[in-house]
Structures are given as structure tokens and as C-alpha cells.
Design a protein around this ligand. Structure first.
Ligand code: FAD
Length: 391
């Protein structure tokens, strides 16, 4: 029995962060309800890359076997010159443990939802929570909910974040838009390809079955609405990459439906908790997709949140440890993601020099890519020695 046993926990938001927290709280004996604004789990969101740091959380929650059946194990990451279509180099990912995998977002959400349901979590769909009081009370299902703990896992436009910070941390447009799509029925090796071109890039990787996930980013001065589900004409995407090589164009020409979103930078929240209330995942730190860490950081947050509450005598102490453990790490990951966008979009001599450097690195120091990211991928929030008690 942990000190969370029989305590009531309300989680606003049933995305990857909210569902992971729900499962972890339920495994610790809490009575958990998830309030999700969508009317049901829906098949949106294309693909996600789950890197070893995120996979450790799935393993620790007992989901390793089912995750293995759903994910495609990545063999390598391959920076590619999008104009010529030639691989610049290839960095091995095949020795990662747990493996680096590619998932359908819906598979991952379903996996967490099923596991949470089996662990006793209740779900209220179609519940858009518009106002939370300072003491964590809110109205849902026509009555006032008074949970012992309230978790805001309500994503990009979190109302719980707003309540905690008491100020609007205005996001700003990065000058980049992104399209995402899945190309059906296309054979591809299990490699994340980064097709780099001046002012733009595309990332492709295969998903379970025969789908290929495509995320294409272009620099632009015009604003596009922030969010994940704005339909666009595939011709706009194809036109944007019309000067690229045949291999990439062949992929883009097969896209029938595509979503477009504007990429915004949000500051990492200054305050992640108050009394018995906390935020996690995108609610605390929306993350640009250039390091594939949005879902991985949400998995880590959720695990650390529950573990820190278990390891400490009071909610206040547990939540303080949670924020202290998470804030610097996610800030570092977000800064690294922001830097990647610049590196992928070089042009002219700068691009030639950068590509030549990558080629040499791939030949003389093939582990360099992973060594550079070991602080990210080797991080294990689930190990026993992970220090969670207040000091
Ligand atoms: C529809 C969708 C598609 C995505 N697709 C991709 C993708 O293809 N690739 C990628 O890298 N990342 C994608 N992401 C982002 C990625 O999944 C997140 O960075 C990561 O999973 C963080 O998860 P989260 O749980 O913090 O937030 P989210 O996944 O954004 O989940 C937040 C949840 O809260 C719910 N919610 C919000 N406000 C309220 C409210 N007031 N009341 C009740 N519920 C509320 C939302 O409906 C949502 O289900 C997507 C996110 C979403 C929502």
C-alpha cells in the first residue's frame, strides 16, 4: 500500500500524458477518473517515435510486451540531402535497449487506455473542463468534483497551466509550418530519414503494417493556426517540395489527405504545481517536433509525478520534487529540439560544410550521434536509484 491508496485523483485530458499518469496512479492504489473533452478515443495523430527514455516508462508500467507487438523497431536514423536524394550518412539505432520504436499514436493511446481501464481507471468522455477553482474543484457531469489531487494533462492550451501561472505565457509563431500525413501501402526500411533542404525538411519513418509517417516542415512568414487537425490540400505540400529529388517527391505525391499546423514556441511553465494540483506533458512544456520528444517527455513526467508523490510524506513535498526533477530536463530537450530545426534547414555553402561534417562523423565516429544524445536516451526515470525524496 502506498500513501496514494484510495485517494481520489482527477486527470483532465486523456492524451498520452494523462493516460500514463492515470495508469501509474491506479497502480499505486489511487481512485482515478480521466475527464476527456473528445467524445471517444479517435484515430488521429499519425505517428510518434518512442525513444528508449520513453520506452522505459512503458516497460515499468508493465506494457513492454504489448508495446513490442505494436511498434516498429528502428534500425537507424539517416540524414539525407533532399535535393539529390542521397544519404548523407547513417547512424545506427539497432543496439538501443529498450528499442527505439515507431508507433501509430492511436496504438499507443489505445494501449494506455486499455491498461488504465483494466487497472480500474474511470473515464468521462465528452467532458470539456472549462474552469478549475484554485482549490482544485471543477464542474463535470453536472456536479462539482472535489478530487484529492487534480492533474492538468490538458495539452497545448491548458487551462490548468493558466490557473497555476496566473499569467498568460504568450506563445510566438516560429516562422515554420508543418504538414503531417500517413502514406498507406508503401514499403520502407525501418529507418527515420531526415530529408534536409534549404528552409525546409521532411522526416519519414514506417509504421506497423505498411504505412509511412510523413512530417514536413517549411519556413514561412505567414501564420497558420496552432493545433493538430487543420486539413490542407496535398498539392500545397507537393508544391513546397517540388525542387527536391525524385525519391522524396514520389512519396509526397502519394499523399491523399494531409494536416497542416503552425509551429509555435511556448515557454516552459514556471510553476508546475500548487497545493494538490499539477500539470504535465504539453500542458507544462509544449515541444516542437524536431527531436521527437513530446510524447516521451509526457511519459517521463507522468511516471516521475506519481513516483515523487509516493516517495514523499506530503503532496507539497512530492510535487516540489516532481517540478525540480523535470523542469531542467525538459528545458534542455526543448532547446535541443529548437536547434535541430536550424541545422536541418541550411543552404548553400553552410549546407555543404554541414553535410561533409556529418559524412566524416558517420565514417570515423559512427557512435557520435548516440553519444551526443545519451543524456536524453539513456535517462531512466524508472530506476530505483532515481532520487525522488525531498532533500
Ligand atoms: C490529436 C493529436 C495528435 C497529435 N499528433 C502528433 C503526431 O503526429 N506527432 C507528434 O510527435 N505529436 C503529436 N501530438 C502531440 C503529442 O502527442 C504530444 O506532444 C504528447 O503526446 C504530449 O501529450 P499530452 O498528453 O501532454 O498532450 P495531448 O496529447 O495534447 O493530450 C491532451 C488531451 O487533453 C484533452 N483536453 C484538452 N483540453 C481539455 C479540457 N479543457 N477538458 C478535457 N480535456 C481536454 C485533449 O483533447 C487531449 O486528448 C498530437 C497530439 C494530439 C492531441
Amino acid at each position: 500500500m502506498t500513501r496514494l491508496a484510495d485517494r481520489t485523483v482527477a486527470i483532465i485530458g486523456g492524451g498520452i500524458g494523462g493516460l500514463t499518469a492515470a495508469l501509474a496512479f491506479a497502480q499505486a492504489g489511487a481512485r482515478v477518473t480521466v475527464f476527456e473533452q473528445a467524445p471517444a478515443l479517435t484515430e488521429v495523430g499519425a505517428g510518434l517515435q518512442i525513444t528508449p527514455n520513453g520506452a522505459r516508462v512503458l516497460d515499468a508500467l508493465g506494457l513492454s510486451q504489448k508495446a513490442s507487438a505494436m511498434g516498429v523497431v528502428a534500425r537507424a536514423v539517416q540524414p539525407t540531402d533532399a535535393l539529390s536524394g542521397r544519404a548523407v550518412t547513417r547512424f545506427d539505432l539497432s543496439r538501443q535497449a529498450p528499442p527505439y520504436r515507431f508507433f501509430y499514436r492511436y496504438d499507443l493511446v489505445s494501449l494506455l487506455y486499455d491498461a488504465a481501464g483494466s487497472a480500474g481507471v474511470s473515464f468521462v468522455f465528452g467532458a470539456k473542463i472549462s474552469e478549475v477553482m484554485q482549490d482544485g474543484r471543477f464542474v463535470a457531469e453536472e456536479k462539482t468534483q472535489t478530487p484529492d489531487l487534480l492533474i492538468g494533462a490538458d495539452g497545448l492550451h491548458s487551462s490548468v497551466r493558466l490557473l497555476l501561472s496566473n499569467a498568460i505565457d504568450a506563445p510566438f509563431f516560429t516562422g515554420q509550418v508543418a504538414w503531417r500525413a500517413v502514406v498507406p501501402d508503401i514499403a520502407a526500411e525501418p529507418v527515420a530519414k531526415i530529408w534536409m533542404a534549404p528552409g525546409k525538411h521532411v522526416v519519414t519513418y514506417p509504421l506497423r503494417g505498411s504505412g509511412l509517417n510523413v512530417v514536413a516542415v517549411q519556413e514561412r512568414s505567414a501564420w497558420a493556426a496552432e493545433g493538430w487537425n487543420h486539413a490542407d490540400d496535398p498539392a500545397n505540400l507537393q508544391d513546397a517540395f517540388a525542387d527536391c529529388g525524385r525519391d522524396l517527391k514520389k512519396i509526397l505525391q502519394r499523399i491523399e489527405t494531409v494536416n497542416l499546423w503552425g509551429l509555435f514556441r511556448h515557454p516552459v511553465a514556471t510553476t508546475w504545481y500548487h497545493d494538490s494540483m499539477a500539470i504535465l506533458g504539453d500542458a507544462a512544456h509544449p515541444t516542437l517536433p524536431f527531436l521527437a520528444q513530446g510524447a516521451n517527455l509526457a511519459l517521463e513526467d507522468a511516471y516521475v509525478l506519481v513516483a515523487a508523490l509516493k516517495a514523499n510524506q506530503t503532496d507539497a513535498a512530492g510535487l516540489a520534487v516532481y517540478q525540480a526533477k523535470r523542469r531542467n530536463r525538459v528545458t534542455r530537450a526543448i532547446n535541443a529540439a529548437n536547434a535541430n530545426a536550424r541545422n536541418y534547414h541550411l543552404s548553400g555553402v553552410k549546407a555543404q560544410v554541414a553535410h561533409a561534417g556529418l559524412r566524416v562523423l558517420g565514417r570515423v565516429a559512427p557512435d557520435a550521434f548516440l553519444n551526443r544524445l545519451s543524456w536524453l536516451y539513456d535517462h531512466d526515470v524508472t530506476k530505483d536509484t532515481y532520487q525522488l525524496a525531498a532533500v
